[in-house]
Design a protein around this ligand. Structure first.
Ligand code: FAD
Length: 334
């Protein structure tokens, strides 16, 4: 492999139903910083059905170029169709760096593509930078149960690939005066390549579990004592128009499905307000929520570690504090 042939930073612009996921914009902001530091161009890769309109916002968020592949085979995420297409784009245009969201689809697509192009991938990164003096991307992610942060380099292979957790980075301020070049690429996917077919779409995630996009999250932990008490979390979340989160202890106990788990092995969230109710504040939980703008902790133990990261702390019994908060917010709303 001639590494010098590989140039440019790419961001895979994951979209659903023609709408780019927030993480794609967050990564365009980071991609711009990396591209500027490397003196290379930033490109967005858009794959989908009738998604050309997304190019404008991709340019506005920092890209110089867009690689666009459209077709009915991309109407919904399909592992084979997307893997074949992204692999083919990489082999043809040879980028040096690719950033993807660590979403369900990104976690499915990234490693497959990396294996096909013969490179490595750092999964679930929480920070990015440039390693001096090598000029390689420094991919940082939690390791050993979140007890250390490991920084990983990919010196021998190209492209350097990584998935990055949603909400780790802020979205850049879009500049709609920016424009760029759209490179339309024809899909090479054939019907015979597709080993799976979408039979039906079943909505399992309602607004209450859309944690990554939520502005307010009310999360419950083992301190709720029994599953029925999670209703108190749901009532406060509903009163505030927020989503419902849970600690791993609550998920492991079967009180809430894993879709709601916040933390190192759950979702990374960054709402305006995060309520941690009956949650101790273990490092693995903090890894998923400490970038929230405002953290409100309710815990009966005044020495609980969660109070070290909280902006507001209420020392008390969640079973008493939660109904009082819900009633108070309902009254405020009238
Ligand atoms: P506990 O630690 O048991 O805390 C319960 C808290 O509730 C205590 O602080 C207690 O004082 C308080 N409390 C009890 N009763 C009341 C009451 N009536 N009113 C008010 N407060 C009360 N954890 C995650 O959350 N997310 C992850 O993604 C995650 N990933 C992990 C990955 C690995 C590799 C490992 C090893 C662990 C992971 N964990 C994760 C587990 C984590 O270490 C903790 O065990 C977990 O977060 C604890 O959940 P908790 O705070 O609900 O329970």
């Amino acid at each position: 492999m001639d590494k010098a042939e590989y140039k440019g930073v790419w961001v895979y612009v994951e979209q659903v139903g023609g709408q780019a996921r927030n993480v794609a914009h967050e990564l365009l902001g980071q991609g711009r910083l990396l591209a500027d530091a490397l003196g290379q161009e930033l490109a967005g890769v858009i794959i989908g059905e009738q998604v050309a309109g997304l190019a404008k916002e991709v340019f506005a968020n920092g890209a110089d170029k867009v690689y666009l592949v459209e077709g009915p085979e991309f109407s919904h995420y399909n592992t084979d169709a997307y893997t074949i297409t992204l692999t083919d784009l990489i082999k043809t245009y040879k980028p040096s760096v690719i950033l993807m969201g660590a979403t369900n689809d990104g976690r499915d697509l990234g490693p497959r593509v990396a294996a096909r192009v013969g490179t490595g991938l750092t999964a679930d990164c929480t920070n990015l930078g440039i390693d001096e003096p090598t000029g390689l991307v420094a991919w940082t992610r939690p390791a050993f149960g979140g007890n250390i942060m490991a920084t990983i380099l990919c010196p021998e292979h190209r492209p350097q690939m990584g998935t990055v957790r949603p909400k780790v980075f802020k979205k850049p301020e879009p500049d709609f005066s920016r424009a760029g070049e759209v490179v339309r690429v024809t899909s090479k996917v054939k019907a015979a390549d597709l080993r799976t077919k979408l039979v039906d779409l079943i909505q399992v995630c309602t607004a209450s579990c859309n944690l990554e996009e939520a502005e307010i999250i009310v999360s419950g932990g083992r301190g709720l004592c029994k599953p029925e008490n999670f209703a108190l979390i749901e009532e406060l979340a509903e009163a505030l128009g927020g989503a419902v989160g849970a600690s791993r202890a609550a998920v492991d106990a079967g009180w809430k499905p894993a879709l709601h788990q916040v933390g190192q092995t759950g979702k990374t969230v960054g709402p305006k307000v995060y309520f941690a109710c009956g949650i101790s504040g273990a490092i693995q939980h903090l890894a998923g929520m400490s970038s929230s703008d405002i953290i409100v902790a309710i815990n009966k133990d005044p020495d609980a570690p969660i109070f070290k990261v909280a902006n507001y702390g209420i020392v008390g019994d969640v079973l008493e504090v939660l109904p009082a908060l819900t009633a108070g917010f309902k009254k405020l709303k009238g």
